[in-house]
Design a protein around this ligand. Sequence first.
Ligand code: NAD
Ligand code: TYD
Length: 358
Amino acid sequence: MDKGNKTILVTGGCGFIGSNLVRYLLRLRPGWTIVNLDALTYAGNPANLADMEINRRYNFIHGDICDHRRLEKLFKDYSFDGVIHLAAESHVDRSIFGPMKFVRTNVEGTCQLLAASLESWRRNGEPQDFRFLHVSTDEVFGSLGPEGFFRETTAYDPSSPYSASKAAADHFVRAWYRTYGLPTIITNCSNNYGPYQFPEKLIPLIILNAIEGKELPVYGDGGNIRDWLYVEDHCAALLKVLEAGQPGRTYNIGGGAERRNLDVVRQICKLVDRCLGRGRDQDSQCLISFVADRPGHDRRYAIDASLIRSELGWQPENNFESALEKTVKWYIANSDWVTSVRSGEYRNWIKTNYSDRG
Ligand code: NAD
Ligand code: TYD
């Protein structure tokens, strides 16, 4: 795909990664028009892109990826040159309490989007530079022991309803490439962090609780390991894959920053305390509380990102320590945003997930 005038559909653009991506694409590709299709679930917040509303190259469409008719019309209204598909139910703990929503959006929604893309691609004469980029997760590979890394060839072995639904979606994306020739690409990325992440996920939840002096819940023994990637580095990888990745391929994306959860939580405490000028007697680490583990909790994720590095020349620009500090400062500086996303639904979720963990 060349860098000229393009019209790109981004699904889930009002979520965490989607809003960072829309902003990134509008900045890096001044000739592109971005259409953002988002159903505005609890995780989708138009305020995440409020600063983009005056941009004439940005269009927001309120709609559901499961709505076949809506998709048909959308693909007729705009002749998309590419689709970057991020819309999803994305939180493992929520998938444990209510898996069916994950099946609907992540599996059925992805298939509806594939079907609409295929129809439009055929109508437009099967342009070979069209791309359907499906944004997936490293969680499809399951859990690692202390050694080894996920490679593109690692067998799928998902543990949670969330990762199982993403794995199923990945299979359908591959099927649309092999069966119908739709030029699809899949990326499997590790845990992201950065501005605009909904405070149900570990890093923003701990930052906000530490700021407010609330308990800091650590599941199990806190020894689970995640690989962390700053969201803007993920956006840069997605743009590279969209423009230069090979159809039919999968690319693993990772930060090369494996950390134990407990170490991440401790580091956030130090950063919050330092940024707020707290004294030694106000150490947030006192708020750490070990709570009941997540069922089916994957122990370790780690990515071998050598393919995207060697083939597309991508590597992360941000290191974990400095990008975590940027993230803490962003949450401290954006208390209005925090207030706006913590609706009644958010408070209900906190009660549902944490009240019985002890
Ligand atoms: P998020 O939960 O912050 O945002 C999801 C967005 O999708 C929201 O704006 C929501 O309104 C929208 N949405 C949900 N259901 C929809 C539907 N039926 N129709 C249209 N829109 C719908 O998620 P995120 O963390 O930004 O993740 C985005 C994508 O990246 C997901 O596909 C996720 O699986 C993948 N991913 C996330 C991470 C991570 O660490 N956050 C890592 C790897 C991959
Ligand atoms: P999370 O941010 O939910 O991402 P994922 O489950 O997709 O990796 O969780 C990251 C890690 O932090 C995971 O091992 C679960 C753990 N965790 C806690 O210990 N406490 C919490 O309150 C949350 C939300 C997560």
